[in-house]
Design a protein around this ligand. Structure first.
Ligand SMILES: Cc1cc2nc3c(=O)[nH]c(=O)nc-3n(C[C@H](O)[C@H](O)[C@H](O)COP(=O)(O)OP(=O)(O)OC[C@H]3O[C@@H](n4cnc5c(N)ncnc54)[C@H](O)[C@@H]3O)c2cc1C
Length: 608
């Protein structure tokens, strides 16, 4: 069973995003709609046969640690071997590195199948691909072949080691240090010392070697760590050091200090890792974990942001996939579950047969809301993935426009699906009534899995600060103008259809209110006041963006489908639901932002 509706994906990819046009770009010229279709078909098949099958088991049987290291469920290794065999690890990489040069938007759609089937198992390749991409882009030629290539082949997996016990949101406060030790064929050679926390896939037995990308500070003069971003650099620290043949050899000095036991997302191990403890595994006579500098000293955070941006869109995709799956389960359950009778003017006739709960208006509302959130989030993520592909356009202006817009939308792509995808999963439990609260059904696990998404890869609170502080106030609203032009173009296009006239009006008003709020934020004397309600702004802004995408795809829908097609009716009504019922929720949020309400500032920390 596929949890992602093929018809919806086909409509979004081919009719709306016109992905076949990507084959005009030199990078994608060897592809065609046929190769895209076969990739999507294969991903749905492997997701169903290899990923979905251990969804519940990987939740019940968590990773464990013993003297030989961390162990994950054997089914995860089998699933990822099938994923590698089909070429999915290398799908979007350059062909000279063993990749397929597949458009990002197609791989994103394929990953939706895997994530919906088993989000934790899909997290291994998600991290691995993001890791390999950083090395492929910023590493030396030797580093690419030594560390990116085995990940592109799916033989080794990757991690991102940023967080520390005392430094999560504030990465400038990391204390892991890296000291220069020499130089070899893999670049400047450092010794890394420190403790990393929360490392997903930090250790396991599902592959031959693990490539850690570690953020650490190179000390300044007198060996002291510099404050702030000073000296923050990026290092490849392999779990096993490389033999001359390039194959994994002796253990590096990376030790698992413990496993974190999580609420959800349990199939992938989550580790506290100690680097350079000088354990018995360390190379003879040398202390510290061996690490190779990627890029230059001091560039670590800037480089890592490339990985984080990819990972942020992937987090949004994961949240979306879980919401889509929850919606599917909800519809199936609501059709099957007889309960109660419909009220009419003459009251209820208790002798009449019960109706399925899908007939009740309240349940319909819960289903509409789930669908509007889940499919709205899918449109947002695929749109962003298409912008990544437009970054390969031969047209310089198109490339620049895509980059500006993607930068603006990345915090939205991470946070909106993780806020509203989680809300959708909450509704999925509600639709199931008491049964939804039990482990006999999948929806409680979907909720627990999805609860991580507003937290990792920068909490949603940090995304809000990024959007308001960096992408609006510091940018003086330039990127917003580019978005505004696209929204106006959609309103013009949709305005040609009588059915969409009202929605165009509602969206125009919403955009005017958003623009007025942006203008207030940009003109603040004390810009720190703009941060007080950054989360409300992010949430409202996300709603406007998703409403725009609902309208845009619906304008396409009306052009390409028959008037009486059921799919058209369903999508048109879901669009109506989002625009009429959801979009107006932005006004109290924007009012709060503009009011500069200072209740939180007024509350002293010691008064709680
Ligand atoms: C299951 C799981 C997997 C993870 N995987 C990885 C991984 O693979 N690699 C990795 O490096 N990290 C990973 N993380 C770490 C994750 O990215 C951090 O948990 C996250 O960035 C938040 O950091 P923290 O937990 O230290 O919380 P804190 O930074 O202490 O934040 C606590 C709260 O304070 C808020 N807050 C903090 N600073 C500010 C501020 N300046 N302004 C306003 N509010 C603020 C936050 O929004 C949050 O609500 C993972 C975490 C989990 C739980």
């Amino acid at each position: 069973m596929s949890f992602i509706d093929h018809q919806t994906l086909d409509f979004l990819l081919y009719d709306w995003l016109k992905v076949e046009e990507l084959t005009r770009y030199a990078r994608y010229k060897d592809h065609s709609p046929e190769t895209f279709d076969s990739i999507l078909e294969l991903s749905a098949k492997i997701a169903a046969s290899e990923f979905a099958t251990h969804y519940k088991k990987s939740d019940r049987e968590e990773p464990y640690i013993d003297a030989s290291g961390v162990h994950v469920l054997p089914e995860i290794k089998t699933a990822l071997a099938a994923f590698a065999e089909a070429g999915f690890f290398g799908a979007t990489f350059e062909s000279d590195l063993g990749g397929l040069q597949l458009p990002n938007v197609i791989q994103t759609a394929a990953m939706a199948h895997f994530m919906a089937a088993n989000i934790a198992t899909a997290a291994f390749p998600m991290l691995t691909c993001a890791n390999a991409r950083v090395i492929a882009r910023f590493g030396t030629e030797a580093q690419k072949w030594a560390f990116a290539r085995p990940q592109i082949d799916g033989r080794w997996f990757g991690t991102m080691c940023l967080s520390e016990p005392q430094a999560g949101s504030s990465l400038s406060d990391i204390t892991t240090r890296a000291v220069i030790d020499g130089h070899d064929s893999l670049g400047p050679n450092y010794r890394v010392f420190g403790r990393k926390m929360w490392i997903s896939g930090g250790d396991h037995d599902a592959c031959e070697n693990i490539v850690h990308l570690v953020l650490a500070k190179v000390p300044g003069e007198e060996g002291r760590l510099l404050p702030g971003m000073g000296g923050i650099s990026l290092f490849v620290v392999p779990k096993r050091l490389l033999l001359e043949t390039g194959e994994p050899g002796e253990m590096n000095d990376v030790v698992v200090a413990g496993l974190n036991h999580k609420m959800g997302y349990r199939g992938i191990s989550n580790c506290a890792l100690n680097f350079g403890e000088g354990s018995k595994h360390s190379p003879v006579g040398r202390d510290g974990a061996v690490g190779y500098l990627v890029g230059q000293v001091g560039q670590g955070l800037a480089i890592m942001f490339h990985m984080m941006n990819e990972a942020r869109i992937a987090i949004g995709l994961g949240a979306t996939a879980l919401a889509l799956r929850g919606y599917r389960h909800s519809v199936d359950y609501a059709r099957e579950r007889p309960q109660g009778r419909l009220a009419s003017i003459s009251g209820k006739n208790s002798a009449s047969p019960q109706v399925a709960i899908i007939e009740h208006a309240d349940v319909k509302h819960m289903l509409l809301r789930q669908r509007a959130y889940a499919e709205g989030a899918l449109a947002l993520i695929l749109y962003c993935a298409r912008l990544v592909d437009d970054g390969f356009s031969e047209d310089e202006a198109e490339r620049a426009d895509a980059t500006i817009l993607l930068d603006l939308l990345t915090p939205v792509a991470k946070s909106w699906p993780s806020e509203f995808g989680l809300a959708a999963n909450d509704l999925a439990i509600q639709v199931h009534g008491g049964y939804g609260y039990t482990r006999d059904f999948d929806v409680e696990q979907l909720y627990r899995d999805n609860r991580l998404n507003p937290i990792h890869e920068g909490t949603n609170g940090i995304q809000a600060i990024d959007l308001v502080g960096r992408k609006i106030i510091r940018d003086r609203g330039t990127a917003i103008q580019s978005l505004g032009q696209r929204i106006m173009a959609t309103i013009e296009r949709a305005g040609l259809f009588d059915e969409l006239e009202d929605y165009c009006r509602i969206l125009r008003q919403a955009w005017a209110a958003t623009s007025a709020t942006v203008s207030d934020l940009v003109n603040l004397n004390d810009t720190s006041r703009g941060m007080d309600h950054a989360s409300s702004f992010l949430s409202a802004f996300g709603h406007v963006v998703v409403a725009w995408l609902w309208l845009d795809q619906t304008a396409t829908l009306l052009k390409v489908t028959d008037r009486d097609s059921p799919a058209r009716t369903a999508r048109l009504l879901t669009c109506r639901y989002f625009i009429e019922v959801e979009l107006p929720k932005i006004y109290p949020q924007l009012d709060l932002v503009r009011s500069l309400n200072d209740v939180a500032r007024a509350m002293p920390a010691d008064a709680f």
